[in-house]
Design a protein around this ligand. Structure first.
Ligand code: NAD
Length: 527
C-alpha cells in the first residue's frame, strides 16, 4: 500500500490553493505544501490576505496553515468556540492541531520530499505558433514535470489536477522517461470541477471525484491512495475510478457541454428578440423537462472566465488533430455564438445611445466574469469595452467589488484598442466606489451578476431613469440603466456580498469557518 505523508501541489492558483487547503483541513496527519515560482503569490498565501477571493477560504487556510495553538494569528486564540470534535470527518478529530498546510517557493526541496504531487499549473490557450488560438499551451505542465523528473523520489505519485488535453498522461510519461530513464512514477488523472466563487463548497461537496489510473496493480494502488485522502470527507460512492484518458477527456467534455447550454439559450434569446417571445419564459419551460433541467439556461451575454473558452478551443483542436473536422466545427460554433451575443449586446447599447458615444460616460458595474470572484481573466466585459471604445466615448468607468485595479489594467492592456488608454486622464477609469462610478453617467451596464447590483436603484430616482434594453429584455445581467441628464449623484452605499450557507457531509467545520468575517475586498494590506 502507498502511504502518503507529504503532498505537494505545484501551482498556487485558483485550483492549487483551495484544493490543497481542503485536503489539509481533512487530513491533519498529512503535510500539504503548495509551491509556486511566483514569490508574490506565495507571500500572499502565507500572509493575512490571500491572493484569491473565495467565500470561506481565508479562514480554512488560516486554520490549516496556522494550527490551533500557534501565534497571535491563530484561530484558537480568536475563536475558542470552534466545534472541532464534531466538525471533522473520519480520524481527523484532534481538538488541537498542528499546522499542516504550507506555502513555499522552494520547489526542488518540496518536490524531493513529497510522496504525491498535484499538478495544478495553468494550461492556457497557445497564443503563438502551431495551433495558436486553439491548442493548449503545455509549457507550464512541461516545466513542472521537468522539475518533478529532476527532483522527485522514485515511486512518487503524480496527479493531474490541471485541465489538459486527452493523452497528456502519455506526454508526462515521455518527459519523465527522457529525464529519468527507467525510474517509475505513477500518473493519475484527477480533474478539478470546482467553479470560482463557490470553490470551497464545490470542494467540500463535489458531485463526483474522478480518478483515472493505469490498469495495473500499481496504478490501482496509486488511485486507492488518492481515494483514501478524499474519503476523509467525501462518500466513497462519489469517488469514481476510471482510466486516465476518460478522466482527462471528461473535464474538457463537461466544460464544453456547460458552455454549449449557455450558447444554446443565447441563440434562442436572439430568436426571441425578433419574434416577441420571452426568453425567460422559454427557458423556464425548457428547464421543466427533467431530461434537460434548469441549470445553465439563463440568457445573458455569454460565458467568460479562464476555463470555458480555452477548454472548448482545446477540444476543437483535439478533434482536428484526430481528423474529425465535423466534431471540431460543432464545438467551434459554441464559441462563435458566445462572441455573437456579446457583440449584439454592445451594439444594442450603442444603438440605444443614438449610435454615438462621443462625449458620453459609460459605467460598467462588475468586471469579473461572475459574482464572488475577483478573477479578471477572460471577462465578457473586455469584449464589450473593446466594441464601445471604437465609438470613442468620453469615459468608461469600471467598478468591481473584488477585481483589483492592476488585474483589470493587465487584462485591458491585451486589447490593442485599449493599450495606453488606462492612463491618468485616459478614457478608461477604474473606480473603487460604485456610486462615484455611476455619477454623471449616460449609461450603466451591469456586467457581473453580483447581488449588490441586483437592485441598483439610485438615491435620486426622479433623476435616474432605469431602462432595460428592449432587445435583450430578460437577458440578465445585461440590464442598462440610463440617465436622461448628467445630474444624478448616487450616495447610498451598496450592501456587501453575502457568504453562502452550506450544509452536508464534512462541512460543519467549514461552515463555522465560513461564518467568520474575512478581510474586506478593499483591504489596504491586500493592495
Ligand atoms: P492559475 O493561473 O491561477 O495558477 C497556476 C499557477 O501555477 C500560477 O501561480 C503559476 O505561477 C504556477 N506555475 C506555473 N508553472 C509552474 C511551475 N513550473 N512551478 C511552480 N509553479 C508554476 O491557474 P488556475 O486557475 O488555478 O488553473 C490551474 C489549472 O486548473 C488549469 O489547467 C485550469 O484549466 C484548471 N481549472 C481551473 C479552474 C478555475 O476555476 N480556475 C477550475 C477547474 C480547473
Amino acid at each position: 500500500n502507498v502511504r502518503i505523508r507529504h503532498i505537494c501541489a505545484i501551482g498556487a492558483g485558483y485550483v492549487g490553493g483551495p484544493t490543497a487547503a481542503i485536503i489539509a483541513l481533512h487530513n491533519s496527519n498529512v503535510k500539504v505544501t503548495v509551491i509556486d515560482q511566483d514569490e508574490r503569490r506565495i507571500k500572499s498565501w502565507r500572509g493575512r490576505h490571500l491572493p484569491i477571493h473565495e467565500p470561506g477560504l481565508e479562514r480554512i487556510v488560516r486554520f490549516a496553515r496556522d494550527g490551533t495553538n500557534g501565534s497571535m494569528d491563530t484561530i484558537s486564540e480568536q475563536h475558542q468556540d470552534l466545534p472541532m470534535g464534531q466538525a471533522q470527518a473520519g480520524s481527523d478529530r484532534n481538538p488541537s492541531r498542528r499546522p499542516n498546510l504550507f506555502f513555499s517557493t522552494a520547489c526542488a526541496e518540496t518536490i524531493a520530499s513529497s510522496d504525491m504531487i498535484l499538478l495544478a499549473v495553468n494550461t492556457p490557450t497557445k497564443m503563438h505558433g502551431v495551433g495558436a488560438g486553439r491548442a493548449t499551451d503545455m509549457a507550464a505542465i512541461e516545466g513542472a514535470v521537468r522539475d518533478i523528473a529532476l527532483h522527485a523520489k522514485p515511486g512518487t505519485l503524480l496527479v493531474e489536477k490541471s485541465t489538459v488535453p486527452c493523452k497528456t498522461g502519455q506526454l508526462i510519461k515521455d518527459v519523465l522517461e527522457a529525464y529519468r530513464p527507467g525510474v517509475v512514477f505513477q500518473i493519475l488523472s484527477n480533474p478539478e470541477f470546482l467553479s470560482e466563487g463557490t470553490a470551497v463548497r464545490d470542494l467540500l461537496q463535489p458531485d463526483r471525484v474522478i480518478i483515472g489510473c493505469e490498469s495495473t496493480l500499481s496504478g490501482h494502488r496509486a488511485a486507492a491512495a488518492l481515494a483514501n485522502l478524499y474519503a476523509a470527507w467525501i462518500p466513497r460512492s462519489n469517488i469514481i475510478p476510471t482510466n486516465i484518458w476518460s478522466a482527462e477527456l471528461c473535464k474538457l467534455a463537461a466544460n464544453a457541454m456547460l458552455a454549449q447550454r449557455i450558447s444554446s439559450i443565447n441563440s434562442i434569446s436572439a430568436v426571441c428578440e425578433r419574434t416577441g417571445a420571452d426568453v425567460n419564459e422559454v427557458a423556464r419551460s425548457i428547464g421543466m423537462d427533467p431530461r434537460i433541467g434548469t441549470q445553465f439556461l439563463k440568457a445573458g451575454f455569454g460565458f467568460g472566465g479562464s476555463c470555458f473558452r480555452k477548454d472548448i478551443a482545446s477540444l476543437t483542436y483535439l478533434a482536428e488533430s484526430l481528423a474529425l473536422p465535423e466534431v471540431a466545427s460543432y464545438w467551434q460554433a459554441v464559441l462563435i455564438m458566445n462572441d455573437f451575443q456579446r457583440d449584439r449586446f454592445a451594439r444594442n447599447v450603442i444603438s440605444r445611445l443614438n449610435n454615438t458615444l462621443r462625449g458620453k460616460k459609460i459605467t460598467i458595474l462588475g468586471y469579473a466574469f461572475k459574482k464572488n470572484t475577483g478573477d479578471a481573466r477572460e471577462s465578457p466585459a473586455l469584449d464589450v469595452i473593446r466594441i464601445l471604445m471604437q465609438e470613442h466615448p468620453h469615459t468608461i468607468a469600471i467598478f468591481d467589488p473584488l477585481c483589483s485595479e492592476s488585474d483589470v489594467k493587465r487584462e485591458l492592456a491585451v486589447l490593442d484598442d485599449c493599450r495606453g488608454l488606462v492612463q491618468p486622464n485616459g478614457p478608461i477609469e477604474i473606480v473603487t466606489d460604485s456610486y462615484l462610478a455611476c455619477a454623471d453617467s449616460n449609461a450603466i451596464l451591469v456586467l457581473t451578476d453580483w447581488d449588490m447590483f441586483k437592485n441598483t436603484k439610485p438615491a435620486t430616482p426622479d433623476k435616474f431613469e432605469a431602462t432595460e434594453l428592449p432587445q435583450l429584455d430578460g437577458a440578465t445581467p445585461a440590464n442598462i440603466f440610463r440617465l436622461p441628464h448628467s445630474v444624478a449623484r448616487v450616495t447610498k452605499p451598496p450592501s456587501p456580498p453575502q457568504t453562502p450557507k452550506m450544509t452536508g457531509i464534512g462541512t460543519d467545520l467549514a461552515e463555522d469557518l465560513m461564518s467568520e468575517p474575512e478581510c474586506p475586498p478593499s483591504c489596504e494590506e491586500c493592495g
